[in-house]
Design a protein around this ligand. Sequence first.
Ligand SMILES: Cc1ncc(COP(=O)(O)O)c(C=O)c1O
Length: 402
Amino acid sequence: MEPLAMDGGSKAISLDQDELLQWPKMGVEEERAVLELLRNGEISQSEIGKTLAAEFKQFIGAKHALPKVNGTACLLSAFFALGIGKGDEVIAPTNTYWATVMPAAFLGAKIVFCESDPTTLCIDPADIRKKVTEKTKAIVPVHIYGYPCEMDEISEIAEERGGIPIIEDASHAHGAEYKGSKVGTLGTCAIFSLQGSKVIPAGEAGILVTNDIDIHERAMALGHYEMLQDLDRDAFKKYRRTGLGLKHRISPLHAAIALCQLRKFPEINGRITRNCETFLNGIEEIEGTGFEIPPRPSYIKRTYFMNQVLYREGAGIIPREDLTFLLGSEGLRVGQSRYEMLHKQPYFLERGYSASDLQFTDDLCGRLVSFPNFPWDESGELVQQYIHGIEKVAYHTRDDFT
Ligand SMILES: Cc1ncc(COP(=O)(O)O)c(C=O)c1O
């Protein structure tokens, strides 16, 4: 094995990563689509949002899709549509982006945080079971980094408690599947963020999907006064002059980008999945790396919004900081957990939450190492360089591993 880069060897990564890992990446299709709207003056009023809704609901297999300004607005609309407010409790993981819960907090609900599963990093159904009460009015599983939550167990808990609504936060998991169904169709309703870092990046946008017409129309009434006039039923149509208070409609320019990216998604997602799986299989075969590969049961088709891997620290294993330093000096782009635990943030501490709660998940996420998801590596050469870089570091530090 050649010497480590820090000892004068050449770096494991020689390819141009700026190009191969660029994200988001807009092509001529997006440029053309946006330019056409600009030239037509369709910068506010346009039918393109409806086209996006039609194609997205087909992609997910849901009856209704409502594009909005962002995923946060979708979550607010979902909580609003379910009538969540003061005195209600909403169950969610602590390891997630703030928008999963803050719209419910804004509506007056109490957020009840749960631990994450030690292998999938998704919300732990056993902890939901412990924390569900008479006051629980919604459960919000997040398919974190693209890994589908254990929806059967979560649905069973919700059913046992008289049908607690489930809002899937699918912001990381466009196109992922659980037991043959797309995520986004496994709960009462679901939201997808299309923010610029997501696997269908539109800049700022989101979509709420549901099979429940009442939720769809209530969410529409909150933020889409202009769409209400086309409704068949009068329950919300009557509010077409005012709506119910907010303006959430998607900007046509972002809808145009979303549509182009949605159409490209199967190809891009196929490459990301292939590359991430080759990468994970490759590092699984290297002896003594300390990495714990996420489980891959056959009933789950995950996506790789992020390629996060747990690192087992302990006796005989080099600390994660040293490992990431060595990998970084080989040219690998490695990071840490995407999120800081929500329950430890000042908003919650000021409201009586304790930073020492949910220690298990805090420690778990402290062991994450994130790798790229290799979106443009068509030949798979960069993936091989990454595997080689890890192999090299493992070889030279083997004595320090178990
Ligand atoms: C898990 C999760 N939920 C919700 C959101 C909110 O989406 P947006 O940024 O489109 O408002 C995001 C986006 O960053 C997210 O990662």
